[in-house]
Write a protein that binds this ligand. Sequence first.
Ligand code: HEC
Length: 105
Amino acid sequence: MRYLNMVRCIAVAGFLLGFAHAASAGDVEYGAYLAAECASCHRAGGDDERQIPAIAGLEEETFLTVMQAYKSKTLENIAMQTIASGLDEEQLAALAAYFASLPTE
Ligand code: HEC
């Protein structure tokens, strides 16, 4: 399961985002560690009151596309733009693998 996620993640990252160097992509444990930064806003099940979407169970492909869109400022949200800009490709891949591994609320 984890292995498959990693394989998928490398494939998606390479194909979608054209990484020249597929770093050690999609480390779920590392993603879980990094996700501590997200939990203050993205609580399980999301937060309707503050209009924060739930991201648990999000497909890796979707996750990476959205994060790149915040990074390139195609998507407007100052908090997410700042956060995405601070994450490198390896960290994004790890987070993608981690959130995809969580059950959807
Ligand atoms: C300061 C609060 C805050 C923090 C911290 C935060 N987010 Fe967000 N995030 C938001 C808000 C608000 C949105 C919705 C923005 C919008 O409407 O475009 C969002 C949207 C997203 C989305 C898009 C979800 C969708 O369905 O469109 C993803 C993916 C995401 N965040 C990932 C993360 C990750 C990964 C982290 C940690 C590295 C993180 N966020 C940390 C507030 C936060």
